[in-house]
Design a protein around this ligand. Structure first.
Ligand code: BGC
Length: 361
């Protein structure tokens, strides 16, 4: 009988930020040899190595190979996004009659938490015991008023790598004043392998009957539009390529896929972990499923990758060389009364989970 390999988690120094803060890298390996690398800067997943149908391993997460690149020019590769993933219109919202002004960092709007979001913070990190696999606990205390958001916010993100090749992310937070919160992970995937070119042939399923159309600045109009008869209909799995080059006005405005899908859930506020999306890459046979407790998922097909970044394996990243499936509350939820709430109040516990399950077919 062959002894089964043990899962491990190893910490090593990764570098020092320009502000002089030490950053570490954690390498988590499971019993099958699947490997996930996470750095304490931004809680960034820098690599996910999974087998293809022949058992060959490749890194399926886009990223860089230096802290300098992550600090200087990261388009949110692999990071934890907060306090508010996606956009808030005109960088402002009103809660309990009080108006808050945020940092506009994309035209008039705020994107992904503002100028210095959670993706640019150095998180406290420690290995944490888990029955499910090897686990890394990241912790960050976001002070009242940071980037304009109210409340001292205590945030914990736990990454768990299981022996069934799942990477689970648990987000938890508590606040001492009413606030809004929308945490996600912004990994870009290419199931053929990072740096292997465009993801047009990937076959995608998203379990959503509706999506949230956007205006010219990519803020939702408030409508929940049916996907039926549009490039956004991924209820039956189909290749990404044709829709990514479609002339549908919503594709044109975003230069490709960059929309929030309304996941089919019995109740948008329940906390059931449900299958939201499945991606299959036919060439190497890798499959990734996304399970989440969240009501929405942003499918973004790397539209703004413009050949100015060189990735970890030394290849230039061009448009559509990776895709993101960002589980989330809906964009601009703080200004959209018709959307599921993104409000967190003192005494409440924010707790969401997303699982990326890898397999082959
Ligand atoms: C957004 C894109 C944005 C990208 C930044 C995505 O979540 O939807 O519009 O360009 O993040 O990398």
């Amino acid at each position: 009988m062959t002894a089964r390999a043990q899962s491990t988690i190893v910490r090593q120094p990764y570098g020092t930020t320009t502000a002089g803060v030490a950053v570490d890298m954690f390498t988590m390996t499971n019993a099958n040899g699947m490997e996930v690398k996470i750095i304490t800067y931004g809680g960034i997943i820098t690599a996910i190595r999974v087998p293809d149908r022949y058992g060959n391993m490749a890194n399926v997460a886009l990223g860089f190979n230096s802290l300098h690149d992550y600090e200087a020019k990261n388009p949110y590769f692999g990071c934890i996004v907060g306090r508010f993933a996606n956009r808030i219109a005109n960088a402002t919202f009103t809660l309990d009659g009080k108006t808050y002004t945020l940092a506009p960092n994309e035209g008039p709007n705020t994107l992904h938490g503002g100028n210095v979001g959670f993706d640019k913070r150095v998180w406290e990190a420690s290995e944490t015991p888990s029955d499910a696999g090897v686990a890394l606990r990241l912790h960050y205390l976001s002070p009242d008023g940071e980037e304009g958001y109210p409340g001292n916010l205590d945030v914990t993100v736990v990454y768990t790598l299981t022996d069934s090749n799942a990477l689970r992310i648990d987000y938890a937070a508590a606040t001492d004043a009413p606030t809004v919160l929308n945490l996600t992970n912004h990994s870009y995937f290419n199931l053929a392998g990072e740096g292997m070119g465009a993801i047009f042939d990937h076959i995608l399923m998203i379990d959503a009957d509706r999506y949230t159309p956007v205006d010219a600045t990519l803020i939702p109009t408030g409508e929940l539009a049916p996907v039926a008869g549009t490039p956004f209909d991924f209820r039956v799995p189909k290749a990404i390529g044709p829709g990514q080059r479609s002339n549908h006005p919503q594709v044109v405005v975003a230069r490709g896929y960059d929309q929030n899908f309304v996941l089919n859930r019995p109740d948008p506020h329940d906390d059931l972990l449900m299958l939201a999306a499945r991606v299959y890459e036919p060439g190497f046979g890798r499959v990734m499923e996304v399970w989440t407790t969240e009501p929405g998922i942003q499918f973004y097909a790397g539209n703004f990758l413009d050949a100015t970044l060189v990735g970890a394996s030394g290849h230039i990243y061009r448009q559509s060389d990776g895709f993101c499936l960002e589980t989330q509350r809906f964009p601009d939820a703080p200004n959209q009364p018709g959307f599921p709430s993104a409000v967190l109040r003192p005494g409440e516990r924010y707790a969401t989970a997303t699982v990326f399950k890898f397999a082959t077919d």
